[in-house]
Design a binder for this molecule. Structure first.
Ligand code: B3K
Ligand code: ZN
Length: 856
């Protein structure tokens, strides 16, 4: 195996040198881009230590200290560093490097996405552009001059404000940008290409007019409006909620097709995966619209939480990501149904983050040990990180939380700080002791709460006892009791009790007593998912029914239904013959008849997913779990057939609208379709919906239903869909995904064939994720096939991706390394493939880190 060593949070040291200004001149060329980097450098403190700069995958052309060009004997160069000794207190360092953007398939540093040059520097990509102190606590003021051919690259963009431009000989031109805000190098960005440009402006609360520019591939202007509208909503929201105003005169967003993740918050110049920019009624689903808005908001919010105040070191990543996810979630909740938005967040935590905690890569939201930083842009750092911020919000209340945010910016604007600094601001502003709460930052794993209760009819008292448990995690960390905020609502069947509130669990076991309780209540625990924990309380069906109907909090009503379903799915895993009680169907009939909004009803009707269930069960037999979910689903479908048909029909309309009600209607309609797909007449229904659809939500739901139920019309609708959408990259991604989700024993053959489809390219992360990822993540049935064909398929693709794009490979290996969730047979089969991968001789650091953890 290749040798790479980890880094530890405890080893943090302030840098020996600071770099205060950076002047870059970048002469773009496909294979020989020349970067001249002129830096003002000075020592931090008095010392004689050498300067060691990071640099990889480049050719060093020259090094100059002040006016002296160094000879090779005056510096030390190896694969990843450049070291220069005997330096003065302060000096100008000029470094020239040459890079090859076209060969850069890892999409880190400067690369070419189709005909566009673009950069991705977070976490450690700047070191592929020039030699630098590539760490977030080195902050400099950047000036960037870009030179390129004028015809092919009419737009030359970088951070900050445009200060100069002009023509050069040979049809070349240049543009110079200056960013007045000191920033870490991970926020540096450059883009060059030819685009269509959507222009707008936003007037900030203090009256400054900010230019807004959205750059998209030629011909895509009509699909970029939603992103622009979302940006303006985000800017307004951040002023209204947090009093945070944009700071530069211009905000630019560029959409590119080749991108490793969703988007990047580079100062003043966001680079986006086109998937999170482009959307129009015909080609984007309601979820796509929602996600575009959320990602636009997320990146915009980073301008304060991330850019103005950044991270001291990468272990602090959740400082900016957890907080910014929380902010984008609050924004989405304000723009849409807050309950439905919250349900979406919670499902991700329960299904995926809990699985991460239970797997070999378990880590605290502030990791302590990292080999490859890109491996830590995780559900734990992001989603659990957001839950931790949310708990502080719950504990402190909205006003005190906002006072904490205000103090955080007063203290740290322009600095690179730590999670401790953030919590200190929260604690000081609210006068609240958060010392025990801080263990949430250092402790990995999902806590489990065991809850028991006792009702005394004589004294009319009710007691709740809550015990915290902290199961061992793969990192073998010592565990502490945490400060866990638990939202409790006591519900009675006659619905006349109004008690509850926020309990603060801090000890191993604690008991709370409620007085004046005249009938035995049912406790709705962990309302609105007030903490990212698992909960054990012995509810019976009747309790859950009471909660489904009477809980005042919508979230609790939904959650009770999920618990009811989950209980039966667990039983069905062990006993497929189990007789299901009519009450389940009756409870859902009540849901269908209620006057709740349709988006919420849709959520209430959806069964817990395979992943959510897998995270809640030990040693899952995947086949048995898939079967259990489908037995319950079929039972509900059969019992409620006529109601589903009636609801479905009542929601079929020829008019297309995009308001909340219309979106809710489509959601509910398609949940009905999903149930009806199990019954007679499914094929006709689906075909009909496919043919009638005047929007992507309905069209996609039709082909997905055909795939998941292996309906006769499947091949036909897929051919027709591809014919209609060929050439539309984002829609064809959906088509590839649906192929991968086909619930048919020949699916591996199908997707193997698609690897050579003219529109497939493994180099494009969206495509790779669409085909390979959708299979491994969403086709639980055939990915876990007993013949191991699913695992082998993933192995084959990972060997290719390891060499092409390690970050993508490292994401897609997730379902394999989580083998411990499954029964022994499956574990063994998965391990065989992991062992094979670990033998690769060019193993990337990204995969190596995960394989080492998994096979330990
Ligand atoms: N900060 C970036 C993620 C960078 C990922 C690097 N592998 C996007 C975001 O979270 O907003
Ligand atoms: Zn982010």
């Amino acid at each position: 195996m290749t040798e790479f060593s980890p880094r530890y949070l405890k080893d943090y040291q302030v840098p020996d040198y600071k770099i205060t200004t950076v002047n870059l001149t970048i002469e773009l060329d496909d294979t020989k881009t020349v970067v001249t980097n002129v830096m003002e450098v000075s020592k931090v403190g008095v010392h004689q230590r050498a300067l060691t700069l990071d640099g990889e995958h480049m050719q060093l052309m020259s090094v100059m200290v002040n006016k002296d060009k160094l000879t090779a004997s005056q510096y030390q160069l190896n694969e990843s560093t450049l070291t220069i000794a005997d330096l003065p207190e302060q000096f100008t360092l000029t470094i020239t490097t040459q890079i090859n953007p076209v060969a850069n398939t890892a999409l880190e540093g400067l690369y070419k996405s189709a005909d566009v040059y673009c950069t991705q520097c977070e976490a450690e990509g700047f070191r592929r552009i020039t030699y630098f102190l590539d760490r977030p606590d080195v902050m400099a003021v950047y000036t960037t001059k870009i030179i390129a051919d004028k015809t092919s690259f009419p737009f030359l963009l970088a951070n900050g404000n445009k200060v100069e431009q002009g023509d050069l000989s040979n049809n070349m031109h240049f543009v110079t940008w200056h960013d007045p805000f000191p920033k870490p190098c991970y926020l540096f960005a450059l883009v060059a290409g030819d685009f269509d440009l959507l222009e707008d402006s936003f007037t900030t609360k203090s009256g400054r007019v900010v230019k807004l520019e959205l750059f998209v591939d030629k011909g895509n202007l009509s699909r970029s409006e939603h992103a622009m509208v979302s940006l303006k909503k985000s800017m307004l929201w951040d002023e209204q909620q947090f009093n945070l105003e944009y700071d530069l005169d211009i905000y630019m967003i560029v959409a590119v097709d080749f991108f490793n993740m969703g988007a990047m918050e580079n100062k003043g110049l966001n680079v986006f995966n086109s998937k999170f920019v482009l959307a129009d009624d015909l080609s984007a689903t309601d979820d796509d619209f929602f996600n575009v808005e959320a990602v636009i908001a997320h990146e915009y919010f980073h301008n304060w939480t991330g850019n103005r105040v950044t991270c001291r070191d990468w272990f602090q990543l959740s400082l900016k990501e957890g907080l910014t996810v929380f902010r984008d979630q609050q924004f989405s909740a304000d723009m849409h149904s807050s309950t439905v938005t919250r349900i979406k967040n919670v499902k991700i935590v329960r299904a995926q983050q809990f699985a991460e905690d239970a797997g070999p890569m378990a880590h605290p939201i502030r990791p302590e040990k990292v080999m490859e930083m890109n491996n830590f842009y995780t559900l734990t750092v992001y989603e659990k990180g957001s839950e931790v911020i949310r708990m502080m919000h719950t504990i402190l209340g909205d006003d005190a939380f906002k006072a904490g945010i205000k103090l955080y910016f007063e203290r740290h604007d322009g600095q690179a700080v730590t999670c401790d600094d953030f919590v200190a601001a929260m604690s000081d502003a609210s006068n609240t002791d958060l010392s025990q709460f801080k263990y949430w930052y250092s402790q990995s794993g999902t806590p489990e709460l065991s809850v028991s209760d006792e009702y005394d009819a004589k004294s009319n008292t009710y007691q709740l006892t809550i015990e915290q448990n902290h199961p061992e995690t793969h990192d073998k960390q010592e565990k502490h009791n945490l400060h866990i905020p638990i939202n409790v609502e006591l519900i009675t069947s006659d619905n006349n009790l109004n008690q509850g509130g926020l309990l603060h669990s801090k000890q191993k076991t604690q008991t709370w007593t409620f007085e004046n309780v005249f009938t035995k209540p049912v406790p709705a625990l962990l309302g609105n998912f007030s903490a990212p924990v698992k909960l054990n309380y012995q509810y019976n069906d009747q309790d859950l029914n009471v909660l489904m109907v009477n809980a005042s909090d919508e979230f609790n009503r939904w959650d009770a239904g999920q618990k009811l379903f989950a209980g039966y799915i667990k039983q069905l895993v062990n006993n497929a013959e189990l007789e299901l009680p009519m009450q389940i169907a009756e409870a859902l009939a009540q849901v269908l008849n209620s006057d709740a909004d349709n988006a919420f009803k849709a959520e209430q009707l959806v069964l817990p997913s395979f992943d959510e269930m897998a995270a809640a069960i030990d040693e899952v037999n995947p086949g048995a779990l898939v079967r259990a979910i489908s037995i319950l689903k079929r039972f509900i479908a059969e019992q409620l057939q006529s109601k589903f048909i009636a609801t479905y029909q009542s929601l079929c309309t020829n008019e297309f609208a995009k308001d909340g009600a219309a979106i809710g209607n489509r959601a509910l309609k398609n949940v009905c379709l999903d149930y009806l797909a199990l019954l007679d007449g499914a094929n006709e229904l689906v075909l009909n919906q496919f043919n009638q659809a005047n929007n992507m939500t309905d069209q996609l739901a039709a082909i997905k239903t055909a795939a998941l139920n292996d309906l006769i019309c499947f091949e036909d609708v897929m051919v027709e869909f591809a014919r209609q959408w060929q050439g539309n990259t984002l829609v064809m991604d959906k088509w590839f995904s649906i192929n991968a989700m086909h619930n048919n024993e020949n699916v591996v053959q199908r997707i193997t064939g698609l690897l050579t489809h003219p529109e497939f390219s493994i180099d494009n992360p969206n495509r790779a994720r669409a085909l390979i990822g959708a299979f491994a993540f969403y086709n639980s049935h055939y990915f876990h096939n007993k013949d191991a064909s699913g695992y082998k398929f993933l192995f084959e693709q990972l060997t290719k991706l390891n060499a092409i794009n390690p970050q993508v490979a490292s994401r897609l290996i997730t379902p394999l390394i989580q083998f411990k969730s499954f029964d022994n047979n499956h574990q063994q089969l998965m391990k065989v493939e992991l062992e094979k991968l670990s033998q690769l001789d060019n193993l990337s650091r990204d995969l190596l880190e995960k394989l080492t953890a998994a096979l330990q």
